[in-house]
Write a protein that binds this ligand. Sequence first.
Ligand SMILES: *Cc1c(COP(=O)(O)O)cnc(C)c1O
Length: 360
Amino acid sequence: MGRVYNFSAGPAVLPEEVLRSAAEEMLDYKGTGMSVMEMSHRSKAYEQIITDAETDLRELLGIPDNYKVLFLQGGASQQFAMIPMNLMKNKVADYIITGQWAKKAAQEAEKYGKVNRIASSEDQTYSYIPDCSDLPVSEDADYVYICENNTIYGTKYKELPNTKGKLLVADVSSCFLSEPMDVTKYGIVYGGVQKNIGPAGTVIVIIREDLITDDVLPGTPTMLTYKIHADAKSLYNTPPAYGIYICGKVFKWLKEMGGLEVMKAHNEKKAKLLYDFLDQSRLFKGTVVPKDRSLMNVPFVTGDADLDAKFVKESKAAGLENLKGHRTVGGMRASIYNAMPYEGVEALVAFMKKFEEENL
Ligand SMILES: *Cc1c(COP(=O)(O)O)cnc(C)c1O
């Protein structure tokens, strides 16, 4: 049985080389006689795995020394609470609402303080990124929050908001390591890894050192305190050990591919193929304002729900999996993360051409 082209938004496609290598090491990791899954997280072998993972991630992103890297649990959604609990000293934060994930993060933060929604693209079903050059940033805001790549709607910030000196916090779950980024522009950058890096259950948090303090909101659980995890180098309790191991393999794979500049070029080439097709198609239409298009998540529609359903069904039969759009928006969505080969996008476009000829 062969592998399909998996266009899922997450959990998503991983590099085949990484899966093969993990399979080879499954029963006996480097002569330890056990799987990484069976190993103490305090063993020498595991210490090497987590240290290498951090070192390689730091190298890939050029993370400065005054930022800590944390490998935590609870997925991206747990950060929706952890961020306000640790950062809301004035109990005020500004949120820019560009889709479901930003909306959920804002709702969660509201449990801990005042949330100002300083911009939103809800009026146009989140099909664009609002102009963020001169927003009414709150005087006393502890931070400004964005979801940098909107997995469901397929938009991406091409320019970061002008936060007028306030701390920027970003959810980069679905664009993590898809291109280089300047970590120094953020107070916190975080992402669930199941979109572009590894198996679900691990979240990576890159946080500026001065934000890691004991001064958290009263009642903050130990497990939701950044300082606890930073002091223990992500080993306060048992970390998502196997997930971190796979993330580490993906970091090595990215380095072998040539790093994030190369990945960016590769991702641009894939996205261009699909967007160029959409722009000239007489049947399919992209749903996002062109200047705000994501390189990772590409939503599109035919304009006819029955035809959309037919497309999803027939594409699956052709080995193109998980092209159905998010349940809240319908239509189709192709997620073309780092590990999706160019050939996968070629196969998708060829299938779309054929479908268009048969159904126009
Ligand atoms: C998937 C996703 C989430 C939620 O991730 P979980 O790990 O399931 O909590 C949050 N933000 C973005 C941008 C996502 O794509």
